[in-house]
Design a protein around this ligand. Structure first.
Ligand code: SAM
Length: 382
């Protein structure tokens, strides 16, 4: 099967057709060819090593042995292939025809509509009236219980929440116990997350970094995701943060090499991503600051990033690394957006937000951590 594209050509009589065919001769086979007829060139495409084709075509554009009309035709052929945005990939080649036939699901779009995307958000009553964040909360680190502080914010004034809550693992935080009964822990956490959802703008995002307590068989990432879904937030997806920390012991000797109770090992955490009301976020194109290279890499939902190494320096037991924040904010928010971290700790979110031109609001219950966060803000380099 082949895709046919026809391009009208000006001054066809001056085009050195044989020379052009010779230029691209090495590509000619049952998957690629072109022919000239009646003032146009017809291109027949099956699959093509596009990168190689592009470099041969670019060379032809500077070939002193080709006249201007031929170079122009070579450019038109290259541009028309470049402009095809819908193709499959196989063994490094772009597959322009028949790639949909290989998909297991036919009429995917129709079926998606019938099933209804994110059906669980049906009947939500999120207001579309977004508001500016009050000045006294802009670019602030506030020491307090998030539940109390967030109640002072109006609805719909935050662009993005990025946070890593206390995990209830029993860590030594400065001001809170981290070993509550699970029901009390989730009860308080969900009250705070409900406030986060309320203050998020319509179209805003909430990103929660979460590590389940595997040893206690508590699937925290599922429980938290389920909460957001029940609140009618759209589950946009999940990023697997691969920390590559393989230095954990293999297993307890009692279950070594035995199916009786093997203990699974994990080297990763999760980032659960939710949207309020709409998958699309309003923002000006010139305020997007992610490069094409980073976009291509980070859009793949598995990020390999080493854990934070400076926890001793900041005297905080559970920080995430700056790279997590850079990626999350550049992929999901615009410059100038206002970022909220209701469990700001040593201020990784707020420090990076400032560095990459976002506004911020960080809240933490510990005065000690808030001081560190404020110091990091003043040391943030523009
Ligand atoms: C996992 S740490 C966040 C670390 C942060 N991501 C960083 O990189 O520094 C969780 C933080 O939540 C704070 N915290 C716990 N309960 C809180 C509450 N009710 N309100 C505000 N902060 C709270 C703790 O003091 C702790 O610093």
């Amino acid at each position: 099967m082949q895709k046919k594209i026809s391009i009208p050509l000006e001054n066809e009589e001056f085009i050195e057709k044989n020379k052009l065919i010779n230029t691209f001769e090495s590509f000619f086979n049952s998957d690629f060819s072109f022919e000239f007829s009646d003032g146009q060139v017809d291109i027949f495409l099956g699959e093509l090593d596009y990168g190689l084709f592009q470099s041969v075509a670019n060379r032809a554009l500077h070939d002193s042995l080709l006249n201007d009309q031929s170079k122009n035709a070579a450019k038109q052929i290259l541009d028309s292939i470049t402009n095809i945005k819908s193709y499959g990939l196989r063994s490094g080649k772009r597959v322009y025809a028949g790639y949909n036939a290989e998909r297991k699901v036919q009429n995917r779009k129709v079926k998606e509509e019938k099933r209804q995307q994110f059906y669980y958000t049906k009947g939500h009553n999120f207001s579309k009236n977004n508001a500016p964040v009050p000045e006294e909360f802009e670019n602030q680190i506030i020491c307090g219980d998030s539940l109390e502080v967030l109640k002072k914010l109006p609805d719909n004034c935050i662009d993005i929440v990025l946070t890593s809550p206390p995990y209830n693992f029993g860590l030594d935080y400065a001001s809170t116990q981290d070993d509550d009964h699970w029901e009390a822990y989730f009860g308080k956490l969900f009250e705070i997350f409900a406030e986060c959802i309320r203050v998020l703008k319509y179209g805003g995002r909430a990103i929660v970094n979460v590590q389940p307590l595997f040893s206690d068989y508590i699937p925290t990432h599922h429980i938290i995701s389920n909460f957001f879904i029940q609140q009618k937030m759209i589950w946009k997806g999940e990023i697997l943060w691969e920390k590559n920390n393989y230095n954990c012991k293999y297993t307890a000797w009692g279950s070594w090499k035995s199916p009786s109770n093997p203990y699974l090992k994990y080297t990763w955490e999760f980032l659960e991503v939710f949207c309020k009301g709409d998958l699309k976020k309003v923002g000006a194109a010139e305020d997007a600051d992610i490069s094409a290279e980073d976009f291509k890499k980070w859009i793949v939902g598995k990020w390999s990033i080493a854990p934070e190494r400076n926890m001793k320096q900041y005297d905080h037991p559970a920080m995430f690394p700056e790279e997590i924040v850079v990626r999350a904010l550049q992929l999901f928010s615009f410059q100038g957006d206002i970022v909220l971290d209701p469990f700001n700790g040593a201020g990784t979110t707020t420090s990076v937000a400032k560095k990459i031109n976002r506004r911020f609001l960080g809240i933490d219950i510990s005065e000690k951590y808030c001081k560190v966060a404020i110091d990091r803000i003043s040391n943030s380099i523009f």
